[in-house]
Design a binder for this molecule. Structure first.
Ligand code: GDP
Ligand code: MG
Length: 162
């Protein structure tokens, strides 16, 4: 049993998820956390921080040429952000599904942005868009010792024994 769990743990991936200042101020932390938690993903790091503008620019460096970049970085650094790392099979891609399309006008109902946001500049949540960005964003926001590796008792019920 232990071997099975260890073998399984090696396959699990991690993604960086952040509730932006609008989601925090609107009281949506528990609603959003619960969607990831109920799905069966595992929370391995969490903290609340007010990022500096410089830090926000690092986080969004790949968008530096876009016209909304400055406003976006001002916004991300305008208040508390809930930074998290979630772990689970397929969590990077499926996390993006839970979040929904970037523009809430185009997000499906049932997704976080579809249900809880209206405009693209206030779309309440960030999620890594691939394995490389997940790694980079986790390293930017968290020190290694802030990530907690553990086996949840529910895992055998979420994944079965293979
Ligand atoms: P995401 O990965 O779905 O968050 O989308 P992107 O990585 O393309 O963009 C990052 C963030 O920039 C989005 O979540 C939005 O908050 C913001 N953003 C993206 N496109 C636009 C836009 O056209 N206008 C504005 N104001 N903000 C945008
Ligand atoms: Mg993105």
């Amino acid at each position: 049993m232990l071997q099975e769990q260890e073998a399984h743990a090696a396959e699990l991936e991690r993604t960086f998820i952040a509730i932006k200042p609008d989601g925090v101020q609107r009281g949506l932390i528990s609603e959003i956390v619960s969607r990831f938690e109920r799905k069966g993903f595992k929370l391995v790091a969490i903290k609340i921080v007010i990022p500096s503008k410089d830090f926000a620019q690092k986080h969004y460096h790949d968008l530096s040429e876009r016209p909304f970049f400055n406003g976006l970085c001002d916004f991300l650094s305008s208040g508390p952000v809930l930074a998290m790392v979630w772990e689970g099979e397929g969590v990077i891609k499926y996390g993006r599904k839970l979040i929904g399309a970037t523009d809430p006008q185009k997000s499906e109902p049932g997704t976080i942005r579809g249900d809880l946001a209206v405009v693209v500049g206030r779309n309440i949540i960030h999620g890594s868009d691939g394995p490389e960005t997940a790694k980079d964003e986790i390293n930017l926001w968290f020190k290694p010792d802030e990530l907690v590796s553990y086996t949840s008792n529910a895992e055998k019920w979420i994944y079965g024994a293979n």
